[in-house]
Write a protein that binds this ligand. Structure first.
Ligand SMILES: Cc1cc2nc3c(=O)[nH]c(=O)nc-3n(C[C@H](O)[C@H](O)[C@H](O)COP(=O)(O)O)c2cc1C
Length: 232
């Protein structure tokens, strides 16, 4: 925590001009800049479950090894996900560790639709693991199968603590990180093009559907006849 220069009355919050807020407590300034959370590093995984003959999986970024001996991991799964209910009911799952060759199509297949409305494993090369759940055969550098030991209710999510029962390295390819997915795999939103007129003399761009006949370029002083329609 930073030392406070100004002590605000009674620990009240104060809005700062940059959208963050600031509070004081006993002379210490607390700045809640939620962008700090983006600095945490994560991997990306396909979390596989199986129940009553149905296979399903979803994308998660929350698989973490929490102890080595015994070898235990946690996963945080949204209660709205079908995969959540399948794991809660069966107590087993497999985490396929995605590698950097993963396509956006694969992320979309497992992460942007629910197994309630789709057979997500259709056309996906996969194998059944020792606990009865699937693992990916492609785009995956390892798999980790596990058995749930405890479940903690986190409100929107359940945190499953699980014992690793089977795991294997499948390739030497770099594991996919959440940061790499954000900057290299996830498509960038298309920028809306601006319609207008560009001055052919100086390049000044005037935004709008029409250019008045008496328009004069504010940069070089040329008239409307020196403008042509453009999209930028
Ligand atoms: C990049 C990415 C990361 C995600 N991380 C998580 C996660 O950690 N936990 C979770 O419950 N859902 C996560 N999701 C959302 C689920 O994958 C998504 O809601 C999925 O459609 C649920 O499918 P299901 O209903 O078949 O289980 C993530 C999705 C994406 C695209």
């Amino acid at each position: 925590m930073q030392k406070c220069d100004k002590v605000y009355a009674g620990g009240r919050k104060r809005n700062l001009s940059n959208g963050k807020f600031c509070a004081s407590a006993k002379g210490m300034v607390i700045i809640m800049d939620n962008k700090a959370m983006y600095k945490l590093s994560y991997g990306l995984f396909v979390l596989c479950a199986a129940e009553n003959g149905k296979d399903n999986a979803c994308i998660i970024n929350t698989a973490v090894q929490v102890t080595t001996e015994p070898n235990r991991i946690t996963i945080a799964v949204n209660k709205g996900n079908l995969t959540h209910d399948m794991i809660a009911n069966t107590g087993v799952f497999t985490v396929s560790v995605l590698d950097a060759s993963t396509t956006f199509e694969l992320i979309k297949n497992f992460g942007f639709q629910s197994g309630r409305n789709a057979d997500k494993f259709s056309g996906i090369p996969c194998k059944r693991t020792s606990n009865g759940t699937m693992r990916l055969e492609e785009n995956s550098s390892a798999f980790i199968s596990a058995k749930v030991i405890s479940s903690t209710d986190l409100g929107t999510h359940t945190l499953f603590l699980a014992e690793v029962t089977d795991c294997e390295v499948l390739s030497d390819k770099e594991p996919l990180t959440y940061a790499y997915y954000q900057s290299n795999i996830k498509p960038k939103p298309e920028r809306q093009k601006k319609k207008g007129f560009v001055c052919t003399v100086c390049g000044y761009f005037h935004e709008g559907d029409e250019l008045p006949e008496d328009f004069v370029c504010p940069i070089c002083g040329h008239g409307a006849s020196d403008f042509e329609a453009a999209e930028v």
